[in-house]
Write a protein that binds this ligand. Structure first.
Ligand code: PLP
Length: 393
């Protein structure tokens, strides 16, 4: 059975050109870039190129790029760097809809004596900026606000948060793991001090991430060891993956320029309109404006998201309920709860996330399958018969 992969916010296919670029680093150019000999030094030179490629995608200077093992490591490094560099400050501001990489870390820090302010979002997933402004204080060490939400795709106003942080001299970090490669990300224009990204979300392999640290930002390493990454991240470099993320960054930049992501947006919009127009009692989660071009989160009232996923799976369609990280539980995700999605709908939420590999034919097929699939599940649901007459709030 052919697989229709619409779970690209969980992870993406490694682009064949990225694989080809990586291959020599396993068996031919396997030297350690820290070695003194020419064989290792050659590898080091190619890491320089990968650093330039990643820097180019986000408009950073190459020396502002630190290679890490994943988005989660980049997030932890950013938060701990700010706290360690400002030891007297004990306050963190973040949002109620962050990925667990930030949410669970901040919850842990809250248990060890830090004060955490969780900025709410409205029904459309938009950030309550006034709440954020009202909670800035001289004790705030860091503001961490994601660039785009992994479940709804809603993007937050980076420039406004950056200005507020800069006025108070507070470090501003953004988790841009879902944004990089899908929308233009310009670190200089946005005003962020630190920014996280992850290779496997834009067709590089798993196991490589990046932390951008603006020149002049106070920094302390999270992984302490050798002198790699100019002493900012110890550990022998994951050379092949770094070469891969460089190539993927170059390709993502070209896709953004050529309008390929606009093609993806049109496909997403077509899927969205079809579902909303042809399946009753269906809600869109998150604002239509300021949203990633590839992400669609919809809630089907009176059905379980897990049942939808199982039926989609039988058809070879891969999607996700809530985020991949919460799909092991039957509770609606913290993101949908923060948006205030009605209880009857939050349980039936599905996220479709497209990529440059998604085709017209695949979207046609999913459109065709969705209405009968939801109807079948609803005929089995005792709540649907009772609730069908209720209007959606
Ligand atoms: N931040 C966001 C917004 C994410 O969506 C993810 C992964 O889903 C992460 C961080 C973690 O990235 P990684 O899987 O590379 O650790």
């Amino acid at each position: 059975m052919k697989v229709i992969y619409l779970d690209n916010n969980a992870t993406t296919r490694v682009a064949p050109a990225v694989v080809a670029e990586m291959m020599p680093y396993f068996s031919e150019e396997y030297g350690n870039p820290s070695s003194m000999h020419t064989f290792g030094g050659m590898v080091g030179k190619n890491i320089v190129k990968a650093r330039e490629q990643v820097a180019g995608l986000i408009h950073a200077d190459p020396e502002e790029i630190i290679f890490t093992s994943c988005g989660t490591e980049s997030d932890s490094t950013a938060i701990y760097a700010a706290l360690q560099s400002n030891p007297k400050k004990r306050h963190i501001i973040t949002t109620r809809v962050e990925h667990p990489a930030i949410k669970n870390l901040c919850e842990r820090l809250a248990k060890t004596g830090y004060r955490v302010t969780w900025v709410p979002v409205d029904r459309e997933g938009r950030l309550d900026l006034d709440y954020l402004y009202d909670h800035l204080s001289d004790d705030t060490a860091i503001i961490s606000v994601m660039w785009a939400n992994n479940e709804t795709g809603v993007m937050f106003p980076m420039g406004q948060v950056a200005r507020a942080a800069a006025e108070k001299g507070i470090v501003f970090h953004s988790d841009a793991v879902q944004a990089v490669g899908k929308v233009p990300v310009d670190v200089k224009q946005s005003g962020v001090d630190m920014l996280s990204l992850s290779g496997h979300k834009f067709h590089a392999p798993k196991g490589v991430g990046v932390l951008y640290v603006k020149k002049g930002t106070k920094f302390a390493p999270f992984l302490i060891g050798g002198h790699q990454e100019k002493g900012r991240r110890g550990g022998t470099e994951n050379v092949a993956a770094i070469i891969g993320i460089g190539k993927a960054a170059e390709m993502a930049g070209k896709d953004l320029e050529s309008g390929e992501m606009e093609r993806v947006r049109l496909l997403r919009d077509r899927l969205e309109s079809y579902i909303l127009e042809n399946i009753p009692s269906t809600l869109l989660n998150g604002s239509r404006e300021n949203r990633l071009p590839n992400t669609l989160s919809v809630s089907f009232e009176y059905v379980e998201g897990e049942s939808i996923l199982l039926m989609l799976d039988q058809l070879g369609i891969c999607a996700s309920s809530g985020s991949a990280c919460t799909s092991g539980t039957l509770e609606p995700s913290h993101v949908l709860r923060a948006l205030g999605v009605p209880f009857t709908a939050a349980h039936g939420s599905i996220r479709f996330s497209l990529s440059t590999y998604t085709t017209d034919e695949e979207i046609d097929y999913v459109c065709e399958q969705m209405p009968p699939l939801i109807e079948r599940l609803r005929t089995m649901s005792p709540f649907w018969k009772k609730g069908a007459s209720c209007s959606i709030q």
